[in-house]
Design a protein. Sequence first.
Length: 586
Amino acid sequence: MTNRMLRAPAARTPALLAALTLCIAHGASASTITVNSSADTSANDGHCTLREAIAAANNNVASGGLAGECVAGQTLPTIDTIAFAIPGAGLHTIVPASNLPMISQPVMIDGYTQPTASVNTLAIGDNAVLRIQIDGTNLTTPIISLGGPFNGDSSGTTIRGLVLGPNPRASAIEDGGPFGGGANNITIKGNFIGADATGLVSISSAGFDAIHCVSGNGRIIGGSAPADRNILVAGSGTPIDINNCSNAIIQGNYIGVDASGTVMLGNAFQGIFMTQGANNNLIGGTSPGAGNVIAAASVGINLSEGADGTTIQGNDIGTDATGAASFGTTFGISIESCANVTVGGSAPGAGNVLSGNAFGIQIGATTGTVVQGNHIGTGADGIAPIPNGVNGIELTSSSSGLIGGTNPGEGNVIANSCQQGVAFHNNPTGWSILGNSIHSNSGIGISLIPSIGPTPNDAGDADTGPNNLQNYPVLTLASVSGGIATISGTLNSIASKQYRLEFFASVDCHKSGFGEGQTLLGFANVSTDASGNASFGPLLFSGAPNNQTAYAATATDPNGNTSEFSMCIGGIGRIFASGFEPQCGN
């Protein structure tokens, strides 16, 4: 018998060991699964269809034919790409005969990989060229369903460059819902959802929601770059419907608006709806391009039932993308049963344009709402009138909060309303209205009881009601010389308390004989004596505009209740007032 020599194993070099370790740690690189047919098959036909590509990405197994035309996806933490290379020019429409598989692993579905497709490059408008449409006419579920942890986890998925719709029975994109746990960190950008490939024609169905987040954390819908803009259109439904989803960022989209940015498209009931624990979401932002353009039949942005901590900044709500023309939404923003909502802000770009609606903002049953730096009833320039047909801001129920503020940039422009600038209903208290430019409204600038008009002061200010019916100051002297305004007067209110008085100049007095406040001149803190009386002045304020010679004031108590504007002193007569042209026939 022949002896066999045992051979010692070859030595493993440090470099080889490092390479093996790296391979084990990171696994294979992500796959690109290329759809090359607009058919809807799962057969050995030599093609890779969208249905087969989703299956390959979900199951990490090649599909699409004997040769595996749809290559296998790779396991986490890789994120595969579903790309497109369908032969032929123009738009390719995929019409699934039945519901597509739910996405159960993270994937990027990228319609911009189709030849001749290209992203939007316009700051205003959308010139994206989309070549892949998924038509959901035959489906009973969303066109794209995103699985949660209990039915495969699609967290980390990106969907871009697609035309989605119509889909008569469900949303275009929806997560797995409460029993699926919800998908996290989903990105949806550069799509036309509910609009055709031109972005000019609605293909949405009645009740259609473009994007519906049932649960989950982290959504990026759009972005500040032009390439990220979505066009989102709904037919009597809601383009963005957020339930129990937190930390979403919604930016740069045209919502209920066509690709030109100047035409209302579809008939969405509301543009963005957030409710049931949709917390800490950002709609818009301060960076260039972050603001959305939002139009809807009823409500531009509707926050209700616990959509706490939402921030709304830099959006055009009720106007077109230029901020110059009206779409005519009923409520620009409606906030109900929420806490700590911020509308606008003092930073450059934080303010929203809320114009061309019936009501710019309606707020009810909230606490901690802050409204700052917005243009309500004007164009984006803060000057050109675009009236809100009823009230600029309407406060209802047991709400409280801050409109404006005492720091630079916090004041709002609230102008050209066809009724009141700020109107109270149903006894809300604790609303501080500070540092704003309120002018050219057909009704009075601040109205605590709109059915009465200016609310008379009462001795000792013992009455109660909206903002506790805080008494306004009484001006006894107001004059201007060399750009310096001199103002004196009195305040009667609750005894032994300190009040913040703010003084304003306007082109002329309101027709009621009371003031508004176009330009803030300054403020003074005064304390009432044991009888509830305080006097002030003469106070000197520099920088009084030469063409604004009508003066008025407000008073705010220590609990943040601001009065109506005082009776007005000065002015030159409305018929002669340059720049005082109310927009609603008054």
